[in-house]
Write a protein of this length. Structure first.
Length: 436
């Protein structure tokens, strides 16, 4: 999707702010003094609100439309698995060598089927001013990601079909056992090998040592020392206009990444809150917890995929010329099931994501207490300013929010941030003591 929450790993949302504390936004947002009324805590000007709603409709249509398009076309192309399998069999009698023909061909087909939605998504991003990446640069990125997808996908399907041949009844369990360490390795290696293929990173200390000093104050407030070498600046401004930051990696590759657009668009207090939110992910081990959460979810969907594959091959195999589930002629069915089950697993993953994002919001607001004049205002300034930059719809459809949102909605985060002050008498911070 092309809205903020689908362009970026983390998007800031609309929240109320004291316009007197941020003179660049006096016309955008209502005051914290209006928290008790029924009006939205943060409002966009009518023209931006109309654009935000339109972008939200485009994003929703592209997401659900692209999924429906893939499922429909794959269903009709499943029959193509037989001729592709026969072509692979002429290449070699060995199944694992056949996979070097069948798997890449199917993955190329899948990538081409997905291309129209990707092209339209980038066009809409440019039209709404969310993206600034040129078409040649975008096509270069798409080509690199597609090549990685084909190479990794071929390896995955080779392992999968080896398990289908040697453990036809329990292949899903063995695949799950293999998947977990591979997932951990992928999270570890991505910031070191994959991410630099698409963006340029450099230690933030090389470009803004004064800001690093400020961020180290936030880290010290949290009782930890994050090495400056683990705080990176990413040149996002070559591709997008909005600010962002995220945490990625595991162990030695774990790092906090701040986009250069964040430094350009946010005030110092807003940057400290944004960083505090990401430090929350870092301190609370959300990457590792996300992997742990995915373990039983993956197991369930692998088991469900095995039942569906078995049923489809049994009932429709003769019509589709599929010899058995372990034959490369069944690969189209597996890719269809991958798209289908990925779609239905998304609300589960997003529910977990919204939970940890809320935790990071709480931590971010608490960790800057005593470091900025008003933590609530810093949070709401960041949310509201970034909402207009990303054209975030403040009132999304509830079903769309449930299914696709990886973060709580703008209004939910706004309501929480505007009211959250755990240092008031009778209240207690969740992650810190009363004393800053």
């Amino acid at each position: 999707m092309i809205s903020s929450r689908h362009i970026a790993a983390r998007y800031p949302e609309n929240v109320a702010l004291l316009s007197t504390l941020n003179p660049r936004l006096p016309h955008l947002c209502s005051s914290l003094a209006d928290v008790g009324n029924a009006q939205p805590l943060c409002t966009l000007p009518p023209d931006k609100l109309a654009k935000a709603i339109a972008l939200s409709h485009w994003s929703t249509g592209l997401y659900f439309g692209a999924t429906a398009w893939l499922l429909l076309t794959l269903w009709f192309l499943i029959r193509a698995g037989a001729p592709i399998a026969r072509l692979a069999a002429r290449f070699s009698p060995r199944p694992w060598l056949q996979g070097l023909i069948a798997a890449p061909l199917w993955l190329v087909i899948f990538s081409l089927l997905d291309l129209p939605a990707a092209l339209l998504g980038h066009h809409v991003g440019l039209a709404f001013g969310i993206s600034v990446e040129s078409w040649p640069a975008w096509l270069a990125d798409w080509s690199k990601s597609t090549l990685i997808f084909i190479l990794v996908g071929t390896l995955v399907f080779s392992v999968l079909y080896a398990l289908l041949r040697h453990a036809p009844r329990r292949w899903w369990l063995w695949l799950w056992i293999v998947t977990i360490p591979v997932e951990v390795f992928a999270v570890f290696v991505a910031p070191l090998v994959i991410d630099p293929l698409f963006n340029h990173f450099q230690p933030l200390a090389q470009t803004d040592p004064a800001l690093v000093d400020q961020l180290e104050r936030v880290a010290a407030r949290g009782g930890l020392h994050i090495q400056p070498s683990r705080i990176f600046l990413m040149d996002a401004s070559r591709k997008v206009t909005g600010p962002n930051a995220y945490v990625t990696g595991l162990g030695a590759s774990k790092r906090i990444v701040v986009w250069d657009t964040t430094l350009r668009e946010e005030t110092p207090d807003e940057i400290l809150f944004t960083y505090g939110h990401e430090q929350g992910h870092y301190v609370l081990h959300h990457v590792a917890k996300g992997i742990a959460f995915s373990v039983p979810v993956i197991l369930f969907f692998y088991w469900l995929a095995s039942l569906l594959l078995q049923s489809l091959v049994r009932t429709r195999g003769p019509r589709w010329h599929i010899d058995s589930q372990s034959s490369w002629s069944s690969l189209g069915v597996l890719i269809f099931l991958y798209v289908l089950l990925s779609f239905f697993s998304e609300p589960i993953a997003n529910a977990m994501s919204r939970h940890i994002e809320h935790q990071a919001d709480v931590y971010g607001q608490e960790v800057i207490h005593g470091l900025v004049p008003n933590p609530q205002a810093a949070a709401v300034d960041s949310f509201c300013a970034d909402a207009q930059l990303w054209l975030d719809n403040p009132h999304p459809n509830r079903f769309v929010e449930f299914w696709t949102y990886s973060h709580p909605s703008t209004e939910q985060r706004a309501e929480f941030a505007a009211h959250y002050d755990p240092w008031l008498p009778g209240r207690h911070p969740k992650y810190f003591s009363k004393q800053p």
